[in-house]
Design a protein around this ligand. Structure first.
Ligand code: AMP
Length: 632
């Protein structure tokens, strides 16, 4: 069946379309209704159904014909180690850890924060939670104290799984000490235990009674078998925090059944991957791509998944290509930022390895710019497929679904809507715009399986953030600008809100502004994203200092502000530049006009600033712009 027909069927007959795909998986109890849309925009899939994600991802294969086949391949140039686990070995590890969690009081519905580097144990942690019905919330190991503390406060976990440290280009990245500080800062005393996987990278202090040693616990309380919980399809599997337009991260809540069905189906439909394939998503489990395509989707599909601890260019820029050669990787999923980083190096790094097993490379996380697309296509000699999605969607919203129909690629376009998604480009009133006109990308209800259920304990914010932008129209707002060409291909044109995309990861300007505003010398702070050759966007701070601060102190203050961001949020948010100006352009209501600052900094055409904001005072903006042009 063609893409057009399959897509149409998915929209016109969603129940028939998705129930057929759900039948490929194991259910303890079959669903009563495929879709319950009676309480829109809270869509619920496979209502009445009971299943277990871990059973489907691990037991189904470990107890079947794939028991001896590779499930998880861990490659760590950082630790100079690698490890391959079969499905049966993975099953053993997950059961043991599940028993440890239960022994230490983690119950169904409890939250468990996983703040770990990319080691197999972190993945055992996710699967063990899924097995016993605990809701995991993985926090990227590069985030720091404030980010972790705010997530602990919001999720109120019973337990935290962590390691002593991660590694970055051979240097330790502290984790356990950050957990200790975050726990002091968090506004909850929900955490009863911290389970510490000690890699002997740093010495860490263990708090008697609270902190537990991973190995000792497995030794003492690990068991061969822990019965998987019969979870309702609509029970949350995990919470994953992402940045929004306010300082408080949004806790995206994912269901169990709908997500499982969508991920399993996507392996064949979107990636055309199945038996005989080796799948590698170069992401990190701290991000949604890692949840979906390092862990759950490949395991559900029963294909080996590569988990990678390291960077694309360490110990040298040939490392990725050698891994592809070593394991015969057939499908790679990466981000434009990584491709841009690799493009800097001579081609011989790639040519020295046999990468002929690779059939396709998929890219997501940020726009795939034309030069990178062309370079990758030419030197890798495989189709490079852009696809678009977000933390909220859990899997792709726009894709060239090559398993359904391999459509012609247009460089820079993530092609068409994935099955189940009815996407349109609309104007500010929510009306579709003609082809070739820029607008906001929206999704028509009902949202397909796998999309977020709500925001953790905040239904109101879910509605406000995604569903209340248009009067009288219930449309899911992606937050992105897009345009469709005459053939209907979508092209993404960046965020429509104040959210940055650094190296394919979303950062909220407000979060960074709040941290920098805490510096005693700061009077006014604005954080913007500016073009960056490798990272896509870089963080730029433009601030006004308190009047008594002397020029001579500015360099020190800039360094302190940078350090503050590193310490509180994490290295990924470190400002690329910190600039001080005498005044910032604002609307009459006092809103800082980031677009104007960005244009001045980048030397872009300012356009007609009187129309930029309805209530802006043109003279005031002009004045600020003139001053900034001198000062930046
Ligand atoms: P995150 O939730 O951190 O994965 O970020 C999602 C955001 O990344 C989207 O809303 C887009 O702004 C951007 N994004 C993801 N994939 C693409 C893509 N293929 N092309 C353009 N932008 C993308």
């Amino acid at each position: 069946m063609s893409y057009q027909e399959t897509h149409r069927r998915s929209l016109e007959q969603p129940a028939e379309f998705w129930s057929g795909l759900a039948e490929e998986l194991h259910w303890y109890r079959r669903w009563d209704h495929v879709l319950d849309d009676s309480n829109a925009p809270f869509f619920r899939w496979f209502v009445g159904g009971e299943t277990n994600m871990c059973y489907n991802a691990v037991d189904r294969h470990a107890l079947g014909s794939k028991r001896g086949q590779a499930a998880l391949i861990w490659e760590s140039p950082e630790a100079e180690q690698s490890r391959t686990l079969t499905y049966h070995e993975l099953y053993r590890e997950v059961n043991k850890l599940a028993a440890v969690l239960k022994y230490n009081g983690v119950e169904r519905g409890d939250r468990v924060i996983i703040y770990m580097p990319m080691v197999p144990e972190a993945i055992f942690g996710m699967l063990a939670c899924a097995r016993i019905g605990a809701i995991h919330s993985v926090v990227f190991g590069g985030f720091s104290i404030s980010s972790l503390a705010s997530r602990i406060t919001d999720a109120e976990p019973t337990m935290i799984l962590t390691a002593d440290a991660g590694l970055r280009k051979g240097s330790p990245v502290q984790l356990k000490p950050i957990v200790d500080e975050a726990l002091d800062l968090a506004e909850t005393d929900s955490v009863k235990h911290v389970l510490v996987y000690n890699r002997d990278i740093i010495n860490c202090q263990m708090q008697e009674g609270r902190d537990l040693d991973w190995y000792e616990e497995i030794e003492q309380h690990g068991q061969q078998y822990v019965e998987p919980e019969r979870m309702k399809s609509t029970d949350p599997l995990y919470i994953l925090y992402t940045s929004g337009t306010t300082g408080k991260p949004k806790g995206v809540v994912r269901d169990t059944g709908g997500y499982m069905v969508a991920l399993h189906a996507s392996m064949s439909q979107v990636y055309n991957v199945g038996d005989g394939d080796v799948y590698w998503s170069t992401s990190d489990i701290g991000w949604v791509v890692g949840h979906s395509y390092i862990v759950y989707a490949p395991l559900l599909k029963g294909v080996p998944t590569v988990a990678y601890e390291g960077r694309p260019d360490h110990p040298d820029p040939g490392i990725w290509w050698r891994i592809i050669e070593k394991y015969g990787v057939t499908c790679v999923f990466t981000a434009p930022t990584a491709l841009r980083a690799l493009r800097k190096f001579p081609e011989h790094w790639m040519k020295n390895a046999d990468i002929s097993s690779m059939r396709r490379i998929f890219s997501a996380g940020e726009p795939l710019d034309a030069p990178t697309y062309e370079w990758a296509t030419e030197v890798l000699q495989v189709p490079v497929i852009d696809h678009y999605w977000q933390t909220e969607s859990g899997w792709s919203m726009l894709a060239n679904s090559v398993g359904i129909e391999d459509l012609p690629i247009k460089g820079g376009s993530p092609t068409f809507a994935a099955v189940g998604h009815h996407l349109e480009v609309v104007d500010i009133d929510g009306n579709p715009v003609p082809r070739g006109t820029k607008g906001l990308l929206v999704d028509y209800p009902p949202l397909p399986p796998g999309m977020l259920m709500t925001l953790w304990r905040d239904d109101e914010r879910y509605i406000k953030s995604y569903w209340s932008h248009f009067q009288d129209k219930l449309l899911y707002l992606t937050g992105d600008y897009a345009i469709q060409d005459e053939d209907g291909y979508f092209f993404m044109l960046g965020r429509a809100d104040e959210v940055l995309n650094v190296s394919g990861h979303r950062l909220g300007t407000r979060e960074i502004e709040e941290v920098i505003s805490a510096h005693p010398a700061a009077a006014e702070v604005s954080v913007i994203g500016v073009r960056d050759e490798i990272r896509g966007e870089a963080v730029l701070v433009v601030a006004v200092l308190k009047s008594h601060i002397s020029k001579a102190d500015e360099d020190n203050i800039a360094n302190e502000m940078r350090q503050l961001v590193r310490d509180r949020i994490g290295a990924i948010a470190t400002p690329h530049g910190v600039h001080f100006v005498s005044t910032l352009p604002k609307t009459r209501s006092g809103k800082i006009m980031r677009r104007v600052i960005r244009a001045v900094y980048q030397g872009d055409n300012l356009g007609d600033i009187s129309t930029i904001e309805d209530d802006a005072t043109v003279d005031m903006i002009r004045e600020a712009v003139d001053a900034m042009q001198r000062e930046l």
